[in-house]
Design a protein around this ligand. Structure first.
Ligand SMILES: *Cc1c(COP(=O)(O)O)cnc(C)c1O
Length: 304
């Protein structure tokens, strides 16, 4: 997989009065369709799928999943058939109302809708066996794409030059991305993760993939849970676009950025700390979120 990830520069977007610098690593610019950490997580998995002579990628996700969109796009680019197991039978007739699923379908992904109960059991042996029967030559990628090969891909996000940063920040879904960052960070760096869903399963999940101890999770910025949003967050996203000229997505990077700006304002960081925040992409989700926001009293995300 050969995209433009080798020449992405870090951008300084903000300096506080205490001299705290906030830099962004623009992983969102890697590719318009396979953006950010999803490219990193797929890279070695697709190489493995090719090596195993698999012709089909099967994976799992919700109706607005960045991972589903990325696998669909990567399949089309690298000539795999793709199958998406989607949570929620009720979505079956509504594909054309959902920008993520519509995109996946247009990219050639076959969508299979399953009940929430079946979806919950997706890692069970029985379900995986049934998938193997139905798609005999398939490479199965877990939900969110996190596995050992995904972590290996995420170890390539940081470069040698990034050792000058004191703190590395990233949003967390399943923990694969931060695991790669932890493995490739220098011992003097502190890696801070911002979980976007509630729950404490993450620390043990991350511990499976990493050895270093120089990381922490800050769990106060999930805004009530996965894909939950409020007026403060929408206003913040729109202000970031105005002030920094950068689009952040409402599910992951927006929540991380909100957390970072809040921590800077509260003097959480020592003066002159250099922060590097990973812009993990995810902007395909903005359309779907705006569709949902139209049915509420909240303002829309506006990147015009
Ligand atoms: C999937 C995703 C994440 C979460 O990555 P994990 O490896 O699952 O923790 C973060 N940001 C964006 C934009 C994503 O799409």
């Amino acid at each position: 997989m050969n995209f433009s990830h080798s020449n992405i520069q870090n951008e300084l977007i903000y300096t506080s009065r205490q001299g705290v610098e906030l830099w962004l690593k623009r992983e969102d610019l890697i590719h318009p369709l396979v953006s950010g950490n999803k490219f990193r997580k797929l890279k070695y998995n697709l190489e493995m799928a090719k090596a195993l002579d698999c012709d089909t990628l099967v994976t799992f996700g919700g109706a607005f999943s960045n991972h589903i969109a990325a696998v669909a796009a990567a399949g089309e680019l690298y000539e795999f058939k793709t199958v998406g197991i989607i949570r929620g039978e009720e979505l079956e007739g509504k594909v054309d109302d959902n920008p993520t699923l519509q995109f996946a379908k247009k990219s050639g992904m076959r969508l299979k809708f399953v009940s929430r109960a079946t979806y919950r059991d997706k890692a069970s042996n029985a379900f995986l066996m049934s998938l193997n029967n139905e798609f005999p030559n398939a490479y199965i990628i877990p939900e969110g794409g996190t596995n050992q090969l995904a972590v290996k891909g995420c170890e390539e996000i940081l470069t040698d030059q990034d050792a000058l940063f004191d703190v590395i920040c990233c949003p967390i879904g399943t923990g694969g991305t931060i695991s790669g960052l932890i493995n490739s960070a220098s011992p003097h760096q502190n890696i801070i993760g911002f979980p976007v869903l509630k729950g404490d399963f993450l620390s043990s999940e991350i511990s499976k993939f990493v050895q270093q101890q120089n990381w922490e999770l800050l769990s106060d910025y999930h805004f009530g849970g996965y894909a939950k949003i409020n007026v403060e967050l929408v206003t913040f996203l729109n202000r970031c676009y105005r002030d920094f000229g950068v689009k952040f997505d409402p599910v992951y990077t927006g929540k991380m950025m909100f957390g970072i700006m809040d921590l800077i304002a509260k003097d959480y960081f020592k003066p002159n700390t250099k922060l590097l925040a990973i812009h993990t992409g995810g902007l395909q989700g903005v359309k779907g979120m705006n569709q949902k926001l139209k049915h509420t009293q909240l303002p829309l995300i506006n990147f015009e």
